[in-house]
Design a protein around this ligand. Structure first.
Ligand code: PXP
Length: 252
């Protein structure tokens, strides 16, 4: 039986809906409180350069509202480095960011930008953050993460999720194999592998069953599903499916 798999709930899209009207509702702080009560193991937030999700003031408000560890996703920029080193989150996940993208498309090319990343990784580490690098499940990226002495990599499951939408488990199988190989490779190198992006009730099982993974970060689907069944129920159901995949719970 695989060990416990943590669930980090990404609450960015509560802020996206709030920002659509400019007022205070719905408040991501309340989402963090509900996530904690529903059994989430962490809160993930992405402070984007354009502030389209959470804003600077949300970070401290969320920290005050929850005892859960905060995983701050951030681009590799001087501005974000200054904010993160001042805020000192439990974890800092470095992600690629392009203004025109709808969401984080593709992983960070750690192998291609080690020189630029090294001082940022070092500064975050000095600030006490557990540094994670959001990468494609590719050997060169994991090797580069090891050179940077990153304790964590988060494997991008976006391609897997896309293939699943096109043709279900069968279509996604080759990408699942890449994720498995990458998670095992990371463990061999002493790096803790996490995964996330595009995970849903339907496609989470095979990823959650990868024994080497320690954490999944899931956002958009949970916030979308919350419209229909509520955030508490959506998180509990995701947790249940993860536990079944780990062999820690029996299917209903
Ligand atoms: N992990 C990282 C590093 C991300 O950038 C995102 C998306 O912001 C997620 C996980 C969650 O992806 P999704 O919202 O598709 O569940």
């Amino acid at each position: 039986m695989a060990g416990y798999l943590r669930l980090g709930v990404n609450i960015d899209h509560v802020a996206t809906i709030r920002n659509a009207r400019g007022g205070p509702h719905p408040d991501p702080v309340r989402a963090a409180e509900i996530a904690e009560a529903a059994g989430a193991d962490g809160i993930t937030i992405h402070l984007r350069e354009d502030r389209r999700h959470i804003r600077d003031g949300d970070i401290e408000a969320i920290r005050k509202a929850t005892r859960l560890p905060i995983n701050l996703e951030m681009a590799v920029t001087e501005e974000m480095q200054a904010i993160a080193t001042a805020f000192r989150p439990h974890a800092a996940c470095l992600v690629p960011e392009r203004r025109e993208e709808r969401t984080t498309e593709g992983g960070l090319d750690v192998a291609g930008m080690q020189g630029r990343m090294a001082p940022v990784v070092d500064a975050l580490r000095a600030a006490g953050a557990r540094v994670s690098l959001f990468i494609e499940p590719a050997p060169a990226q994991i090797a580069a993460a090891q050179s940077l002495r990153a304790p964590v990599v988060e494997l991008h499951t976006g391609k897997y999720a896309e293939l699943w939408l096109e043709g279900g488990a069968e279509a996604a199988a080759p990408e699942l194999e890449r994720l498995k190989a990458a998670a095992a490779d990371a463990r061999r190198r002493g790096i803790e592998p996490h995964a996330g992006h595009g995970l849903t009730f339907d496609n989470v099982g095979p990823v959650a069953a990868i024994a080497e993974l320690a954490e999944l970060n899931i956002g958009h689907f949970l916030i979308g599903e919350a419209i229909f069944i509520g955030l508490d129920a959506a998180i509990r159901e995701m947790r249940r499916r993860m536990d079944i995949a780990r062999g820690a719970a029996v299917a209903a």
